[in-house]
Design a protein around this ligand. Structure first.
Ligand SMILES: [Zn+2]
Length: 484
C-alpha cells in the first residue's frame, strides 16, 4: 500500500486525524539510518514529527502525527515465511496509529533548538534503547489494544478485507491474551463505529473486557517475586485502569463527571477560602506554620507572589477601614463643637435681646432730651436776636470787635512762638550750630532769640486771659439782653 493511500485510510477510519498533518516515514524512502531502530518494524512518538522536521524540508506542514514503518524489514520478513507484505505493513501501521490515538496529541510549536534536542535524544534511543524494568504491557495495555481493535474493525470494513490481529500484535509479546480481549470487546467496534477514538476512550469498555484486564494484570503481579513488587514503574502501570464502569450507560458517566466537576469546584472554593484566611493571618502579623503555608498554596494553586499580593491587598483594605472608622470619630467631634457654637449663638442672641430691652427706652429718653435742649438753645437765640436795647447791642458789637482782634493777635503770637522755637531747636537751629560750632553762632545769639521767645509766650498768655475776660463780658451782656 502506498503512503498516500495509507494516510487516506487513517483519516477515514479515525476522524481524530482528519484535520492534522499525518506523516508516514518508510525505510524504503531514504529515512535516516540514525533514526531507524534495529529489530522494530515500526515506531511512533509524540515528537517524531519534530524530530524529522529538517529531513522533511519543504514537505513539513506543521505539527502532526508521525509514524515510521520499516517496510524494507517487513518485506524481508514476509518473503522468508511466504506472507503477504501488504497486510503486514497495514497491521504494523495500524498498531502505530493506535499508539498515536491512545495518548494526548502534542501539537504545540517547538523551537529549532528543541527540535535539535529531539533529534539527539531519538538518535541516542535508536543507538541503545533504554531498558527500564517494567510490566511487559506498558505502552501496549488494554486501552491501546481497544483502540487497535476498533481501527482494525474499521479498516476491515473500509478495505473490505480481513487484517488478522496477529499482524498488528506480535503474539505473546505483551503477556496479555490479545485474542481473549478481542472476544470480550464484543460488538463495541461496530456499535461505536460512528464515534471518534477520543470519544470512545471517554467511556468504559464492556465489562468483560475491563474484568479481563484486571484479571490478567493481577495474575501477572501474583506471579511476580516480592522484591520486584516494589518497582514503582511497574505499580504505576498496573494502576492504569479504565475511568468508569459501563453499568448504567452514558447517563451514569455524565452524572459521575458532573459530580466530580462539582466536587473539584467545591474543593477549589474551599482552597481559595483557606488561602484568603492564611493571607489574613499574615496581614495580622501572625506567623503560620510553614507546612500550612505550603499546603495551602499547593491546594489553591497559588504562588508565594500571589500570597504576598493578597496580604498587601488585605493590609490596604484594613488601612481604608481604619480611615473610615476615624472619620466617624471626627464627625462626632465636629457635631459636638457645632452644638457648642449653636449654644453660644443662642446665648448671644438672648444677651442682645436683654441689652435692647435695657437700652431702647434709654435711647428714647436721650432723643427727647436732645430735642428739648435744641429747643432751649433755639429760644435763647431767639431772645438774643429779638433784643432791641441799643446800648446793650453797641456793647456786644464792641466786645465782638475786641474778641476778633484778640483772636488774630493770639494767632500771630502763636506763629512767632513757632518761628522762634524753630530758629532755636529746628534742624538748622541755633542750638545745633552751637553744639557743632558751625557758622560762628554764639551763646549771645541763642540768648537773644530765647528772649524773643519768652516775650512772645508772655504776650500769648496775656492775650489768652484777655480773651477769657472778653468771653465773660460777652456772657454778661447776653444775659442782660435775654432779660431785657
Ligand atoms: Zn507498539
Amino acid at each position: 500500500m502506498n503512503t498516500r493511500d495509507a494516510i487516506a485510510l487513517t483519516r477515514t477510519i479515525a476522524p481524530d486525524l482528519r484535520f492534522v498533518p499525518v506523516y508516514l516515514f518508510r525505510s524504503s524512502q531514504a529515512f535516516p539510518r540514525a533514526l531507524t531502530p534495529f529489530g522494530a518494524l515500526g515506531y511512533t512518538g509524540p515528537f517524531l514529527d519534530v524530530t524529522c522536521r529538517t529531513w522533511l524540508g519543504s514537505s513539513w506542514r506543521g505539527r502532526g502525527a508521525a509514524i515510521f514503518v520499516n517496510d524494507v524489514a517487513i518485506d524481508e520478513y514476509c518473503s522468508d515465511i511466504g506472507m503477504d507484505p501488504r497486510q503486514k505493513f497495514l497491521g504494523t501501521f495500524l498498531h502505530e496509529v493506535a499508539h498515536v490515538l491512545s495518548r494526548e496529541m502534542q501539537l504545540s510549536p517547538v523551537t529549532d533548538f528543541q527540535a535539535e534536542m529531539m533529534v539527539t535524544l531519538t538518535e541516542r534511543w535508536v543507538a541503545s534503547p533504554i531498558c527500564v524494568r517494567q510490566a511487559p504491557w506498558i505502552g501496549h495495555d488494554a486501552a491501546w489494544l481497544r483502540i487497535l481493535l476498533h481501527l482494525l474493525y474499521r479498516a476491515n470494513q473500509e478495505l473490505n478485507e480481513r487484517i488478522p490481529l496477529s499482524l498488528a500484535v506480535p503474539n505473546g509479546n505483551y503477556e496479555l491474551n490479545t485474542y481473549g480481549f478481542a472476544i470480550d470487546i464484543g460488538d463495541e467496534p461496530e456499535r461505536l463505529s460512528h464515534l471518534s477514538l477520543a470519544e470512545i476512550q471517554s467511556v468504559s469498555p464492556p465489562e468483560p473486557y475491563r474484568e479481563r484486564w484486571l484479571r490478567e494484570t493481577r495474575q501477572w503481579f501474583d506471579h511476580l517475586p516480592d522484591h520486584e513488587l516494589s518497582d514503582l514503574e511497574t505499580l504505576a502501570c498496573a494502576k492504569r485502569l479504565f475511568p468508569v464502569s459501563q453499568k448504567g450507560g452514558s447517563k451514569v458517566v455524565t452524572d459521575l463527571l458532573e459530580k466530580i466537576r462539582r466536587k473539584l469546584k467545591d474543593n477549589a472554593a474551599k482552597a481559595e477560602s483557606r488561602f484568603a484566611k492564611l493571607a489574613g493571618q499574615i496581614a495580622d502579623g501572625t506567623e503560620p506554620p510553614l507546612a500550612t503555608v505550603s499546603e495551602t498554596l499547593a491546594d489553591s494553586g497559588k504562588t508565594v507572589d500571589d500570597l504576598s499580593q493578597k496580604v498587601s491587598d488585605i493590609r490596604r483594605r484594613r488601612g481604608l477601614q481604619a480611615a473610615m472608622e476615624r472619620s466617624k470619630e471626627l464627625e462626632q467631634e465636629r457635631s459636638q463643637i457645632a452644638a457648642k457654637v449653636a449654644k453660644a449663638n443662642q446665648d448671644l442672641e438672648a444677651a442682645e435681646r436683654r441689652h435692647n430691652d435695657v437700652t431702647w427706652p434709654l435711647q428714647i429718653r436721650i432723643d427727647e432730651l436732645n430735642a428739648a435742649i435744641a429747643e432751649a438753645n433755639n429760644a435763647r437765640q431767639q431772645l438774643l436776636v429779638s433784643c432791641n436795647d441799643a446800648e446793650l447791642l453797641a456793647q456786644l458789637d464792641e466786645v465782638s470787635r475786641e474778641s476778633e482782634k484778640c483772636v488774630a493777635s493770639q494767632a500771630r503770637a502763636r506763629g512767632e512762638i513757632e518761628r522762634f522755637k524753630e530758629e532755636l531747636d529746628g534742624p538748622r537751629g541755633l542750638r545745633s550750630h552751637l553744639k557743632y560750632e558751625r557758622n560762628a553762632v554764639t551763646e549771645d545769639d541763642v540768648r537773644r532769640v530765647e528772649g524773643f521767645l519768652r516775650d512772645a509766650e508772655q504776650q500769648l498768655a496775656t492775650l489768652q486771659s484777655e480773651a477769657a475776660e472778653l468771653k465773660a463780658k460777652r456772657q454778661r451782656i447776653e444775659g442782660l439782653m435775654i432779660d431785657a
